[in-house]
Design a protein around this ligand. Structure first.
Ligand SMILES: [Zn+2]
Ligand SMILES: [Zn+2]
Length: 797
């Protein structure tokens, strides 16, 4: 562990906190640049994916701040719903279901109070420049109030409804969940063809879910399917399905229904409709007014028949055994198929009819798409993901959850007449289960809703929550930026756009930046695979700057492999910055920055190179392309500054005349300050350290991070892209190229680098570098520069 790095990083953190460098002041000058922060879910440790994506948004926040914008960058945690509930259960070895609701909620709040400070400290350690005094938790009083107000507003607008409906259900978490919480999981299974029969004829039907046999309510065949014309029966009916199908093993009969949705190419073309195998079943049963047979309990056990009390998987085994024994299977094919599982627990989802609350979203797909187009996406291609999610939506948004911990749905329902009663907004936040009221219509007792809101129903309101923190009208929606990872486009991005539009007909933000995730040897990290990198360990070993340097290596939106050597490259950069700065200021001890009357030509030329890098890096940062900005700055620092300019300036620093020295001092001072400022958004600690040590006494700003971003001088020749071909820039390259050629010649001949030489240059080079002959002599220790046919180095004995 590099204790030294951690120590100075710690000191700098204290300095920032003491001096309130990142404190937001709504009265400050400058356009407000508001960042809609992703609130992480409190857990023990920050994971490396957090370190990656939060660093990337912080690069932008710091850049904007130095550009003179009034950066509004609050910090919050998402403490709502399932993940917190599961964490609290784990940490305290309790089960929410086995204790009174109030007691469990107290446990959650108590646990959160205990673990949140250490959790947030890790974001501070990483150098995330949020204003931590502008703090919110999605479960705090203010957030509860905003979330319940949102529910009431949408309910009053007719955009929320309650419906008893087969919804996506997790039997592990025992709650309804939303489509956005589904993940695909590949699993081995059996594709079975079962022996149904109808009117004495065999009717083979294929399925992957034989355990649903007793929930089968119909067989669907396609009306065009030639194989099933016989189901018209013996009468003169033109309709298929005049005979009924007999369910194997159970013996009861179900109708055969001609329905165009039956896929003739799948299995035998005849398909089982069960209540409920999937969304298709739910839709089919509704369409044909069939009576569902619900065979599961909420916990996924079967409620009747030969498998009563068994879990779904065990029931599947038992049914298959029975079918095999009774010779009711025509064909068994092993397959691998993608299952829908709950993203929080990995359990295969079911469909169960329960009463839930929904927000209407399906009828506005066009609006969602067009809103998405009004936002600037970085990278632009992420908008496609958003659009394909919207286009694939099948359900309205289920916002209720059958859990304990969460924001209560603020309604009462009259037991007698069914009236829905809403609280007065001034009373919010409330828990309707704690308040007894009578129905205003029939005076009967009204019951408080026991369901809570899904966490996304609240985190989709972060733009409104953060605005409310300021208590000033200055922070208006849309905010400038939403920063987040790509896997939650379908949830966080989408739902936030939905809420802002439904409430205020507004965009939540003007820009959205999307980070990728971190892999290890190409694989997604997960605790179960044991391939997890703890960013705290990396920071302890190499410092936060080195970890951030690694995070800047990936383009926005792209996934990146964690590689220790990339972090090491960051560490090397830090060391080099330190060494170069120490060298410069060893010679500039009492230097007072002042532009000399006469500048050396080569210094002017180098400052032009610096100016060009300012131009490119600025436009990269403006376009959220911090990784290219970093490459430009990296090149300026290593190649131009360290490898060449320092060598060029050295001779004059030691041996030059007063005027030559002044020109070199000025150039060194300014160019190094510019480099430190350019890389400051990416490496905030080392740049602050060096700024305080060497620059603070002459510069007015108390931190490099609130100093002015280097301004490029437009008067100088600039042209992005082809600037290397420009005459003046090219001369600098020719010059530095000559230096390295002379150096390698000396190394080849085992001569010391200061060994005297005579240089011969071809006519073109000789003439184009005429103004720099003295510098070239100084740097290469050339006694003479001659014009000749071709380049030549001769040693002077
Ligand atoms: Zn679950
Ligand atoms: Zn009533």
């Amino acid at each position: 562990m590099d204790g030294e790095i951690r120590n100075y990083e710690k000191e700098i953190l204290d300095y920032w906190a003491k001096e309130k460098i990142y404190k937001f002041d709504p009265k400050k000058k400058g356009k407000v640049y508001g960042i809609d922060t992703p609130p992480p879910t409190v857990s023990g440790d920050m994971h490396v994916g957090h370190a990656f994506s939060y660093s990337q948004q912080d690069f932008i926040a710091r850049f904007r701040r130095m550009m003179g914008e009034n950066v509004f960058y609050p910090f919050g945690t998402d403490d709502n719903g399932l993940p917190t509930e599961r964490l609290v259960e784990k940490l305290n070895s309790i089960k929410s279901r086995n204790m009174p609701r109030g007691e469990f909620i107290d446990q959650c709040l108590w646990t959160l109070r205990k673990i949140t400070p250490d959790f947030v400290q890790q974001w501070k350690n990483l150098g995330i420049s949020a204003d931590y005094d502008m703090f919110y938790s999605t479960i705090d009083k203010n957030s509860r109030k905003i979330s319940q107000k949102s529910f009431i507003d949408l309910y009053k607008k007719g955009l929320i409804y309650k419906k008893d409906f087969p919804t996506i259900w997790c039997v592990e978490c025992q709650t309804a969940i939303a489509q956005a919480e589904l993940e695909d999981k590949e699993e081995k299974s059996l594709f079975l063809t079962l022996k149904f029969s109808a009117g004495g004829t065999d009717l083979p039907v294929s399925t992957t879910r034989p355990e649903l046999l007793s929930a089968c309510v119909a067989i669907f065949v396609n009306p065009k399917d030639k194989r099933y014309q016989w189901t018209k029966g013996k009468g003169n009916s033109s309709k298929l399905g005049q005979v009924k199908a007999k369910v194997p093993l159970f013996g009861w009969e179900v109708p055969i229904i001609a329905d165009e949705s039956a896929d003739m190419k799948k299995g035998t073309g005849a398909m089982m409709v069960c209540s409920y195998g999937d969304k298709y079943d739910a839709e089919a049963i509704r369409r044909h007014n069939l009576v569902p047979k619900i065979i599961f309990n909420y916990d996924g056990t079967l409620n009747s028949g030969i498998c009563k009390g068994m879990k779904i998987k065990d029931a599947r085994k038992k049914i298959i055994d029975e079918l095999r024994t009774k010779n009711l299977i025509v064909k068994e094919e092993p397959i691998v198929h993608a299952l829908n599982v709950h993203d929080k627990c990995g359990t295969e989802i079911e469909f169960l009819p329960t009463e839930q609350w929904f927000i209407k979203i399906l009828d506005k797909k066009k609006e969602w798409i067009s809103l998405g187009k009004k936002i600037k996406w970085y990278p632009e291609y992420m908008r496609k993901r958003y659009e394909s999610w919207v286009n694939g939506l099948d359900w309205d948004w289920t916002i209720s959850r059958d859990r304990y911990f969460g924001i209560p749905i603020p309604v009462w329902e009259c037991k007698s007449c069914g009236e829905i009663i809403l609280p007065d907004e001034r009373e919010l936040p409330i828990d309707p289960t704690n308040i007894k009221i009578t129905c205003p219509v029939c005076k009967a007792e009204a019951v408080g809703e026991t369901k809570v809101l899904d966490t996304w129903a609240t985190s989709s309101l972060t733009p409104q929550i953060i605005s409310s923190l300021v208590g000033s009208k200055k922070i208006k929606i849309p905010h400038s930026l939403r920063a987040q990872a790509h896997e939650i486009i379908r949830t966080w991005t989408f739902y936030t756009i939905v809420k802002s539009y439904l409430h205020e007909k507004k965009l939540p933000w003007n820009n959205i930046m999307i980070s990728g995730f971190v892999t290890l040897h190409g694989e997604k990290m997960s605790k179960s695979k044991g391939n997890v990198i703890n960013p705290n360990d990396v920071m302890d070993k190499y410092g936060a700057d080195a970890l951030r340097f690694w995070a800047s290596g990936s383009k926005l939106g792209e996934n990146m492999d964690y590689r220790e050597e990339d972090v090491l490259a960051g560490k090397k950069f830090i060391t080099k910055l330190k060494n170069a700065s120490n060298f410069v200021f060893m010679n500039l001890k009492d230097y007072k920055p002042k532009k000399p009357k006469k500048m050396e030509k080569i210094d002017e030329l180098f400052l032009k190179i610096v100016n060009n890098c300012v131009f490119t890096a600025t436009s990269r940062f403006e376009g959220y392309d911090y990784s290219k900005a970093k490459s430009n700055i990296d090149e300026l620092f290593w190649k131009f500054f360290c490898d060449n300019y320092l060598e060029i300036a050295k001779w004059r620093v030691y041996n030059g005349s007063k005027q030559e020295k002044e020109s070199a001092f000025y150039t060194l001072y300014q160019s190094l300050l510019t480099i430190l400022k350019l890389i400051a958004p990416i490496m905030p600690f080392i740049t602050e350290e060096l700024y305080q040590k060497y620059y603070r006494k002459n510069e007015k700003d108390k931190s490099i991070h609130i100093s002015k971003w280097p301004e490029y001088n437009k008067k100088q020749e600039l042209a992005e892209g082809n600037w290397r071909e420009l005459g003046w820039a090219n001369r600098f390259f020719v010059f530095t190229d000559l230096i390295s050629k002379v150096r390698s010649k000396k190394t080849e001949d085992k001569k010391p680098l200061n060994f005297p030489v005579v240089l011969t240059l071809d006519k073109k080079t000789y003439n184009s570098l005429k103004e720099f002959h003295q510098d070239l002599k100084n740097v290469t220790n050339a006694k003479e520069i001659k014009e000749g046919k071709e380049f030549k180095v001769e040693f002077v004995d």
